[in-house]
Design a protein. Structure first.
Lengths: 122, 816
């Protein structure tokens, strides 16, 4: 499979476990640990879906999402948000294709990735 | 004659005013012997005094001697004197050769007349001296010089046995001889026997010289009149001069002595001056002599008595003046007299001493000079106010003391009027009341201080007279006691006003305190005011006890501690809420921290299962399945725990935001007052939301406490917190807490609401985290920003409110 997923999360063990899971399901996985990584890797590797943790030190996931959506090279890539807290109501839903609460069951994430791929496919 | 004033009286009169001292105190035999001896001497003299051609003597001394003795002994001993005269008389007269019955008759008539005179004087004068006053002397003259001699002459044998036709003349000679003896001899013996010979030597040399002069003058006059047998009358007048001189200068003592000497001398001369004869009738010469001597003696003695009496009253007057002057001068009170224009006319010693000036410096000057100018007008007008209607006044004013200080005097002034009723002089008695005034002022200041302290502490001071039942309080209306005023305070009446639930405890404690040996009393309890309001009070007292340890009085204070009590209560409920919220927050934090590793474990297990080849060992697959299942179970526990805690007890009910804010601020007031920070509430949003009022108050309190903490180092005048509510749009209400504290570091602005994030040394970092979790649970948001218009930060939160609610709320408000 060609589909590459970019996972951005500062929690090392969670990120790695997610990467393993997605690989096991046949996805290619790129890992980043900060908002800065997200933009760089998205440009270089052109992932099909980006999964972003919203709570990160430095620039937050929301800011990273805004960066990605405002960059022409990455604007088309669907974003899936992971959030630990209750979903902040004021987050612009247009930024993210899906918002998942941490911890999400593995099935829910896979389902969300597939959905995001289909929505961005046409 | 310079003899001190008090001694002078007795010196001049020659006798004591004390009747007892005038009595001879000797034994009965001695008295009898003395009487007999004196009588005998007198009788011998009497016989010797007979003129050559007369049977009747010109002067008969024994009777005078007997009378003197009677006057000098108590009536109870008269019989001794009279009986003693009997043998003496017989002895002496036997020499003359009268028949025995004639001698007995003579004796009887002598004793009878003397006894009669003695009784008469005794009855009228009692024990008083017959020469002590003019009145007594006149009585003496009437009885001893007239009545007595008349009686004696009447019953005399000489009168009855005289040759025919000579009876009246013999009566007259007898009468005059008795009278002369009582006039010339009795006073002299009486006065000089009392005076004694000591008195002779007490005068000054000048006095002796004068006495000698008088004696010389008497001698010259005597020589001119008697031995010379002068034919002319003029020397007779010379004779009177030394007698009067003696009376004038030496009083009764001088007069009696000189009279006695003159009469005896004249009697013994036995040569009748021719000049004395008034008529050339035989036998009349002795009568002329007797009359001359009686006249001179009478004049001299009367003058002496009158002069002594005047002298005595003069001396008494001077004595009393000296006494009064001494009183005025030795007074510690200030005494002065002044004219109505305040000019001093008299000041006493104390007055001079007090002002440190001499009399000469004060008399003739106005006493206003001694007063500060400020007191002049008052004193003048007070003096003008004196009149017949109000002749006396008491007033107080300031005075200038010699040490330069200002003192206080109290004066009692009395006006003295002339016949027209005008004030001519004012007499004042004053005393220094500076010390009193000082005490008065100190007392007033002390009382004022006490009153101010009372006002400052707002305490009630009570003083309970346990024995008498009196109860004094500094009540100012705020502490109205429900007992009826005037009713004595007892142990029971103490209980009125105490809250029903506390009464038994307070009375029990009070009873214990009173019956123990302790002096201290201390208690906290609730009081029920008559209007139903309940206050918390803290009472402290000191119990005074008598020597047996019984309580007699309790004095103490009662403070209203309602504010503190309410704050304590609020703090207690607040800390309970905080504790609950903290547990929730900690749990939530732990759940959050566990979520990540649990998710990672689950992902790894899933990935492991997917990566296992089809033919792999079932054991490993089972292991991974177990891990996955347990992980899911743990996640499920946390998942179920989280929303439960997050939304714990969030009741949904209509909440008036403004009122909730105001209530929370009220709770924080005590704390803010303690820290001298003003809280300004500007709540006019009128918004109504759905939520939990208690939890929202908790949020506000946390924000307020955060603001108060932030201003710990802010200068006091700048310490202020503003709490405001407003609606940025129809759907939201925003609450902002603005402080003027140290602000928030920019890098902390984001995570100030996270758990365990704190800028305070002793903070847990949970207050704001709890606030955020509550606001989140209410579907709102919370944030912090530093103020743009100065120091400090603003912490705000926003909640959703129904437009309809808001409208309705406005309506209700407007209608209300």
């Amino acid at each position: 499979l060609d589909a590459r997923i970019l996972i951005v999360d500062d929690d090392h063990s969670l990120r790695r476990s997610l990467a393993r899971l997605l690989r096991a399901h046949g996805y290619g996985v790129i890992e980043g640990e900060s908002a800065k990584d997200a933009l760089r890797l998205a440009r270089e590797q052109a992932p099909v879906v980006i999964v972003i943790d919203l709570l990160m030190p430095g620039r937050s996931g929301v800011e990273a999402a805004i960066d990605l959506k405002t960059d022409a090279a990455t604007a088309h890539i669907p974003l899936i948000a992971l959030t630990a807290s209750q979903m902040p109501l004021e987050i612009d839903r247009t930024l993210f294709a899906q918002t998942l609460a941490k911890p999400c069951p593995p099935g829910a994430l896979l389902q969300a990735i597939e959905l995001a791929q289909r929505q961005s496919a046409p | 004659l310079a003899i001190n004033a008090s001694g002078r009286t007795n010196e001049l009169t020659g006798m004591s005013s004390d009747a007892d001292a005038a009595r001879l105190s000797m034994s009965a035999p001695a008295l009898a012997l003395t009487s007999a001896l004196l009588y005998a001497i007198g009788a011998i003299c009497g016989l010797a005094l007979r003129l050559p051609d007369h049977t009747v003597p010109a002067l008969w001394p024994p009777n005078a001697i007997l009378l003197t003795l009677l006057l000098r002994v108590p009536a109870g001993r008269w019989w001794i004197v009279l009986l003693a005269a009997v043998p003496a008389h017989f002895l002496v007269t036997a020499l003359v050769g009268y028949s025995w019955w004639r001698i007995a008759w003579q004796l009887a008539h002598h004793l009878t007349s003397v006894l009669a005179i003695g009784l008469g004087l005794k009855v009228i004068l009692s024990a008083k001296s017959p020469f002590g006053s003019l009145r007594a002397f006149l009585v003496y003259l009437g009885i001893a010089a007239v009545a007595g001699p008349a009686l004696a002459a009447t019953i005399s044998p000489a009168t009855w046995l005289a040759p025919i036709g000579q009876g009246p003349q013999t009566w007259l000679v007898s009468f005059l001889s008795y009278s002369l003896a009582f006039l010339a001899l009795t006073p002299a013996i009486y006065v000089w026997s009392l005076r004694g010979l000591d008195g002779m030597w007490r005068g000054q040399s000048r006095d002796y010289l004068e006495a000698l002069l008088i004696a010389s003058a008497m001698y010259v006059a005597y020589m001119l009149v008697f031995p010379g047998g002068s034919d002319r009358h003029s020397p007779l007048y010379l004779f009177v001069i030394p007698l009067l001189w003696a009376a004038a200068r030496f009083g009764l003592a001088g007069a009696t002595l000189s009279v006695a000497v003159a009469v005896l001398a004249a009697g013994f001369t036995k040569v009748m001056p021719r000049s004395l004869s008034v008529a050339d009738i035989a036998g009349a010469d002795v009568i002329d002599l007797q009359i001359f001597l009686i006249a001179s003696s009478l004049t001299t003695l009367l003058m002496a008595v009158i002069m002594e009496e005047r002298q005595r009253s003069l001396l008494a007057l001077r004595d009393s003046e000296v006494r009064y002057r001494a009183i005025v001068e030795t007074q510690t009170e200030l005494v002065c007299r002044n004219l109505p224009d305040t000019t001093l006319t008299f000041v006493n010693e104390a007055y001079c001493r007090h002002f440190g000036r001499t009399r000469e410096q004060l008399i003739g000057r106005s006493f206003l000079e001694l007063l500060p100018r400020s007191a002049w007008e008052t004193v003048r007008s007070r003096l003008r106010g004196l009149s017949r209607a109000t002749p006396t006044m008491i007033h107080e004013h300031e005075v200038l003391l010699p040490n330069g200080k200002v003192g206080w005097h109290q004066w009692s002034n009395t006006a003295i009027f002339d016949r027209q009723g005008r004030v001519i002089e004012i007499q004042g008695i004053g005393r220094d009341i500076t010390a009193l005034k000082l005490i008065e002022r100190t007392l007033r200041q002390s009382d004022e201080r006490f009153q101010l302290v009372l006002r400052a502490t707002n305490d009630l001071i009570f003083d309970w007279d346990i024995v008498g039942g009196g109860f004094w309080t500094s009540a100012d209306g705020r502490w109205a006691e429900p007992t009826v005023r005037g009713e004595p305070w007892t142990f029971e009446s103490w209980g009125t006003g105490i809250h029903d639930q506390d009464r038994d405890r307070v009375l029990r404690e009070l009873n214990i305190a009173l019956s123990s040996a302790n002096h201290a009393w201390e208690i906290e309890y609730r009081r029920q005011q008559p209007d139903g309001q309940v206050t918390y009070v803290y009472e402290r007292g000191y119990i005074l006890r008598d020597t047996d340890g019984n309580p007699i009085r309790m004095i103490g204070s009662r403070s209203d501690i309602s504010d503190r009590k309410r704050l304590e209560e609020a703090n207690r409920s607040l800390s309970r809420i905080a504790r609950l919220a903290t547990i929730g927050e900690i749990t939530a934090s732990i759940a959050h921290e566990l979520n990540q590793p649990l998710a990672a474990i689950l992902n790894n297990a899933e990935a492991g299962l997917l990566m296992l080849p089809e033919n792999a060992d079932d054991q490993i697959r089972a292991i991974l399945e177990d891990i996955k299942r347990d992980d899911l179970r743990a996640s499920d526990v946390i998942h179920r725990l989280r929303p439960l805690l997050r939304n714990r007890e969030v009741r949904r009910e209509p909440v008036d935001v403004d009122k909730t804010v105001a209530d929370a601020v009220d709770l924080a007031r005590a704390e803010s007052r303690r820290r001298h920070i003003a809280i300004d509430v500007r709540c006019r949003s009128g918004a109504l939301i759905q939520g939990d009022r208690t939890q929202l108050q908790q949020v506000l309190l946390n924000l307020l406490l955060n603001g108060l903490d932030a201003m710990a180092d802010t200068p006091e005048p700048m310490r202020a917190i503003v709490v405001s509510t407003h609606c940025p749009d129809d759907e939201h209400v925003r609450v902002a807490v603005i402080d003027r504290g140290c602000g928030i570091a920019p890098e902390q602005l984001q995570d100030i609401f996270d758990s365990f994030v704190t800028t305070k040394a002793d903070g847990m970092g949970l207050g704001l985290a709890i606030a955020r979790s509550i606001i989140n649970a209410h579907g709102g948001r919370i944030w912090a920003q530093n103020n743009a218009d100065g120091p400090g930060a603003t912490l705000s939160f926003e909640l959703t409110c129904e437009p309809a609610h808001r409208q309705r709320q406005w309506g209700v408000l407007n209608a209300g």
